[in-house]
Write a protein that binds this ligand. Structure first.
Ligand code: UDP
Length: 240
């Protein structure tokens, strides 16, 4: 069997990645394709933790722009990530993959509370751990959650799966046709150039803790496996 380059990964799925072309909600075909791809790497003995966003349902910033209290709007965003996490859990378990959802906001009827040591134990036993409810704090993002959890569980890399782009570009490729894709770059470049890879809180957390990040497209089936094998897909943002 081909061996994986990374043994423990954090897969960051934006909410939009679950929505597919419809842009809102959860697209069953898309979530099944993602679950299949996660299964592929879990079967390669790669330990997989997943952080799911909620842009397909609700974003705190949008709520606050409509006049809502920002913290309240952010809590709604965190709750929306729980819905996405349960949907992903369901798809994975339909494929026979053992999973646990751990929530940063306690809701014992639907998910375990986030306990770092327990999460690591699940991973060691080959279970896919889905981290729900972001960091549990308003004013943060699920990108920051991915960075934080990756540091906590000592993941080898963050796999940032995108549905609308296949890497990091010099400018937004959907607007600027002359934009070119980076093969690799540093977090300092990301921060200095203001590249929209992830928010600056997440970038600096990755930079300070030497966490590498691979940005790639999830729309091509098999890409998660390619990323884990170390194939040159997308863009790598190097921690060191
Ligand atoms: N959120 C938060 N704290 C966190 C993580 C998320 O308040 O630690 C809220 C925030 O309102 C955010 C929403 O949850 O807009 C959804 O997360 P995000 O925007 O990161 O989702 P994505 O863009 O990945 O779909």
């Amino acid at each position: 069997m081909t061996s994986a380059k990374y043994k423990r990964v954090v897969l960051k799925l934006s909410g939009e990645a679950l929505a597919g072309d419809q842009g809102f909600g959860i697209n069953p075909a898309v979530i099944q394709s993602i679950a299949k791809q996660v299964k592929e790497i879990a079967e390669m003995q790669v330990e997989v933790a997943v952080v799911v966003g909620a842009g397909n349902i609700w974003r705190g910033k949008a709520g606050s722009e409509m006049g809502m209290d920002r913290a309240n709007a952010d809590y709604m965003g965190m709750l929306a990530t729980v819905m996405n996490s349960l949907a992903l859990q369901d798809s994975l378990e339909n494929l026979g993959i053992q999973t646990r959802v751990q929530s940063s906001i306690e809701m014992r009827q639907v998910a375990e509370p986030y306990i770092r040591r327990k999460a690591i134990r699940h991973l060691e036993k080959g279970r896919v751990v889905i981290f729900a409810a972001g960091t549990g704090n308003p004013y943060f993002s699920t990108d920051t959650t991915a960075a934080l959890r990756a540091a906590e569980i000592e993941a080898d890399v963050i796999l940032m799966a995108k549905n609308n782009v296949d890497g990091v570009y010099t400018a937004d490729p959907s607007i600027d046709k002359t934009a070119t894709k980076y093969e690799s770059l540093s977090y300092l470049d990301v921060l200095k150039e203001g590249l929209g890879v992830m928010d600056s809180t997440a970038s600096s957390l990755c930079m300070d803790n030497d966490i590498s990040l691979i940005v790639f497209s999830i729309m091509e089936e098999g890409n998660i496996k390619r990323a884990v094998l170390g194939e040159n897909i997308g863009t790598i943002v190097r921690g060191k």
